[in-house]
Design a protein around this ligand. Structure first.
Ligand code: 5GP
Length: 211
């Protein structure tokens, strides 16, 4: 008989969601570089690799067949389709980290965030990153020149749907400036990892709420 080691109650899974173009990747990369003892969960995806992305570091890039095999063998904690591609969170690494009492950073969409929380209700801390306004988000998507006009419209439509779900998150951070949003997220992580039952977070000015 194999006994599954228990997940440490103090281990935290920080789940960050944001509409496309809100600076989530930049913020998460900065947090991982900081001395916050956060471990990154690398997702699996069928989306083609973008310039500068590394397999195994940014994502595990794979074919649809490989992804479906991971679904069949129950290797994914959750998975969703986004913009025509599949994205999923591998289960093994997260479980190992939580059993060792480590803290994990997950950067996934709203549906995925809800599913992870369902699996780990005691360990999950959900952070939603918002754009300062829809106009500003549109401007950012247009400036990064990564999408066609049609794709920008579809991303804005999805952004509106995701923003409507922000109340389901523990924290909402407005990304007005990267440095202030980063500080707000760092404050949340420090607060949540230092205390097992946060009640009244320090307000860094950018954090809107803790339910
Ligand atoms: P992108 O292609 O821009 O890297 O990501 C597209 C969307 O997929 C983003 O909202 C991102 O957070 C989400 N995503 C990335 N990895 C996962 C995952 O493992 N699970 C889920 N549910 N969404 C993911």
């Amino acid at each position: 008989m194999t006994l599954t080691p228990k997940i440490k109650p103090n281990s935290k899974i920080f789940i960050v969601s944001a509409p496309s173009g809100c600076g989530k990747t930049t913020l998460c990369k900065k947090l991982l570089k900081d001395k916050l003892k956060l471990y990154q969960s690398v997702s699996a995806t069928t989306r083609p690799r973008r310039k500068g992305e590394r397999n195994g570091a940014d994502y595990f890039f794979m074919s649809a067949e490989e992804f479906i095999r991971m679904i069949d063998t129950k290797e994914l904690l959750e998975y969703e389709e986004n913009f025509g591609f599949l994205y999923g969170t591998p289960k093994k690494l997260i479980e190992e980290l939580l059993q060792k009492g480590k803290n994990v950073l997950l950067s996934i969409d709203v549906k995925g965030a809800m599913n992870v929380r369902k699996n780990y209700p005691q360990n999950s801390v959900l952070i939603f990153v918002m754009p300062p306004s829809m106009d500003e988000l549109k401007k950012r998507l247009e400036t990064r020149k990564a999408d066609t006009a049609k794709s920008i419209l579809s991303r804005l439509k999805i952004a509106k749907q995701e923003i409507a779900e922000r109340d389901k998150y523990d924290y909402v951070v407005v990304n007005d400036s990267i440095s202030a949003a980063y500080k707000a997220m760092k404050d949340i992580i420090v607060l949540e990892t230092e205390s097992t039952s946060p009640s009244n977070p320090k307000n860094s000015g950018m954090v809107l709420r803790r339910h």
